[in-house]
Ligand binder design. Structure first.
Ligand SMILES: Cc1cc2nc3c(=O)[nH]c(=O)nc-3n(C[C@H](O)[C@H](O)[C@H](O)COP(=O)(O)OP(=O)(O)OC[C@H]3O[C@@H](n4cnc5c(N)ncnc54)[C@H](O)[C@@H]3O)c2cc1C
Length: 446
């Protein structure tokens, strides 16, 4: 009788983004023998840093959803508990397609108001539409609760004005997709259950907001979200995880992974921790056309901006004719730590979709475009002599969020986590990664 040799590792983790790092860290901490494969030359994936005019900043994700305390709990376990920060309470604004600018109502989730008749809601949608939205409190709970997509749910409970003028600009900015195309359970977990409990969408929103300890829907880390990557990488070293940069998985099955260089790594568990596009490529499925998101970060000397003319930033409604950026984050207002690092200067991060900005757009053109947009959005003249530096970062837009609410998936003996399963956002991705690792750790070691 022949017995197959014992696998070399307890787990092979494919992908060194946040998902893969968390799985590898939790397994390494539990004493498992782990190898982590990362195709690129650095860890972190969509969480990374760059330096603009001497200021170190997040180049990708810069905040996290506070719901469920998932990210804060991880950060605390990584020793960053004292570094958790809340954004400036002044909140974000929207610029509508007709040029009107207004602050987003303070108590909402994804633009859905927690109080339909609040002054800041009436200021945007008018009294008539606010009265329609208030009807939400009179409708039976089940109305709209079976809607899978966010758009129809909001429309049925609160009317079109709330959907079109409050929710759509926020959702397009965060998820690059219309609310009609997004699963409620994916982008607002727990909302439909709360709607049934509370018999009102507004009350459901308020309840979900109150469940996050921070009181704010998002949180940050002093020094940047990227500090999670630094700490996770340090833990991998401490726990003896075999981290291989520049090592791309080419194929896998339930007990082995073969790399681009032809090496075959055997393991009791295979964990695929990738975004949707990378996962499709690994599985040999054609990834749809790629697209491009370009972030232009300006560091400017402009004391006029100390007054935060548009709060922590602005979402620009689709179809706005004179502004080409999709959004502007006033990072030095949103985060006190950015203001400290910028030493009196202002940090403005503008995002652009292709074809407005493409790889062929020259740096000087991008600089001029970002400066013109920043002036239009902030209503403040800023000439080029005030610009200390411009950072340019390119990202591939996410594929449409996978449907369903699960954050980890088991296919045969292979566990799948990361953006391909959990969709966009650190909270879901980290929740999936921790669940996957906990499932493996619970199993007895062979
Ligand atoms: C510009 C931007 C801003 C964002 N802002 C926020 C925010 O403010 N808040 C928030 O919660 N979320 C935000 N996100 C989303 C969040 O960053 C992601 O959801 C999360 O980081 C995804 O992590 P991941 O591990 O699933 O995937 P990724 O970060 O994509 O990591 C996957 C890794 O796998 C590697 N890889 C790919 N193929 C292979 C292979 N075959 N073999 C080995 N390695 C491979 C890649 O090189 C990559 O490093 C933002 C994303 C972007 C791009």
């Amino acid at each position: 009788m022949t017995t197959s040799p014992a696998p070399a590792f307890d787990a092979v983790v494919i992908g060194g983004g946040i998902a893969g790092l968390v799985v590898a860290r939790d397994l390494g901490r539990a004493g498992r023998r782990v190898v982590l494969l990362e195709a690129g030359d650095r860890l972190g994936g969509e969480v990374s840093r760059h330096t603009v005019a001497g200021v170190d900043l997040d180049a990708g994700a810069e905040s996290f959803a506070t719901r469920g305390d998932i990210v804060a709990t991880l950060a605390t376990q990584l020793g960053l508990g004292n570094e958790l920060v809340a954004p400036d309470p002044r909140g974000a604004w929207v610029i509508e397609s007709d040029g009107g600018a207004f602050p987003l109502p303070a108590t909402g989730i994804l633009g859905i108001p927690g109080t339909a008749m609040a002054r800041d809601v009436i200021d945007v949608i008018g009294t008539r539409a606010a009265l329609r939205a208030e009807m939400d409190s009179l409708l039976p709970g089940p109305v709209g609760a079976k809607e899978q997509k966010l758009g129809p749910l909001v429309r049925r409970r609160m009317g079109s004005a709330v959907l079109d003028r409050l929710v759509t600009p926020v959702v397009m900015g965060v998820h690059s997709a219309h609310p009609d195309d997004l699963d409620v359970d994916r982008v607002a977990p727990g909302l439909r259950q709360q709607l049934l409990h509370q018999n009102s969408l507004a009350r459901a929103v308020r309840e979900l907001r109150s469940l996050s300890k921070a009181g704010s829907a998002v949180g940050g880390i002093r020094g940047g979200i990227v500090r999670l990557v630094d700490e996770l990488a340090a833990d991998l070293e401490t726990f003896g995880v075999d981290v291989r940069l520049g090592s791309r998985a080419r194929s896998y099955d339930s007990s082995s992974v073969t790399t681009d260089s032809g090496e075959r790594l055997t393991a009791s568990h295979v964990v695929v921790a990738l975004g949707a596009r990378d996962a499709a490529a690994l599985d040999g499925r054609a990834a749809p056309a790629t697209g491009l998101i370009t972030l232009a970060t300006l560091v400017v000397r402009a004391p006029e901006l100390d007054a935060a003319p548009r709060g922590t930033g602005v979402l620009v409604a689709p179809g706005q004719p004179s502004i080409r950026a999709k959004a502007l984050t006033h990072a030095s207002v949103k985060w006190a730590w950015v203001a400290e690092r910028a030493e009196g200067r202002h940090v403005l991060r503008l995002s652009y979709d292709a074809p407005v900005v493409t790889r062929a757009t020259a740096d000087v053109e991008l600089r001029a475009l970002a400066l013109a947009d920043a002036q239009a959005i902030l209503g403040t003249p800023l000439d080029d002599s005030r610009v200390d530096g411009v950072g340019r970062i390119e990202w591939t837009p996410p594929l449409r969020a996978p449907s369903g609410g699960s954050v980890v998936e088991e296919r045969g003996d292979v566990l799948r986590v990361g953006g391909a399963v959990a969709g966009r956002g650190l909270a879901g991705v980290i929740a999936g990664a921790r669940t996957a690792a906990a499932g493996i750790v619970d199993e007895p070691v062979d």
